[in-house]
Design a protein around this ligand. Structure first.
Ligand code: SF4
Ligand code: SF4
Length: 147
């Protein structure tokens, strides 16, 4: 009886010790989604097009189609572009990515001769149907620029 009481009390004190120690440690949880997390630069969300630094109104993709041919999953469904008068290269006007089949392998990012692609940091994409993950990366770029 007494042995049980001593053992229980020791266990209680040990447990309280853990609680008190944790109380004074820095907070590591965050109030998601009100507080958004800082994402590692190496994190791979879906691919995204990059802005042309010489002309912030344009993206860097010339619609050459190399990434379309290189994608092992066939996830890049369509890339269309147009060449405006006086310009040397096309600029993508449509870039359709089916993110439901993309393995985020990075081949499209590596093969692009114009460094027009990288990975977004979109870690909290959610949807109710597969079509919610069919992205037009040109539209995504415009939308993110406005936000
Ligand atoms: S990351 Fe890989 S699977 Fe995804 S679109 Fe690019 S090449 Fe295709
Ligand atoms: S992202 Fe790069 S490889 Fe793909 S179509 Fe555009 S310029 Fe070509």
């Amino acid at each position: 009886m007494i042995y049980g009481f001593i053992k229980g009390t020791a266990s209680l004190i040990a447990g309280l010790g853990v609680t008190i120690r944790a109380f004074f440690q820095p907070v590591v949880t965050s109030q998601y989604p009100r507080e958004l997390l800082t994402i590692s630069p190496r994190f791979r969300g879906h691919t995204r097009l990059l802005v042309d630094p010489e002309n912030p109104e344009k993206n860097k993709c010339t619609a050459c189609g190399i990434c379309v041919k290189s994608c092992p999953s066939g996830s890049i469904k369509k890339v269309e572009g147009e060449k405006k008068e006086g310009e040397k290269k096309k600029t993508a006007t449509e870039y359709l990515l089916d993110f439901t089949t993309c393995s985020q392998c990075g081949i499209c990012v590596e093969v692009c001769p114009f460094d027009a692609l990288d990975f977004s940091h979109a870690y909290n994409s959610a949807g109710y149907k597969r079509e919610d993950f069919h992205y037009d990366l040109v539209k995504e770029l415009m939308r993110n620029r406005v936000q």
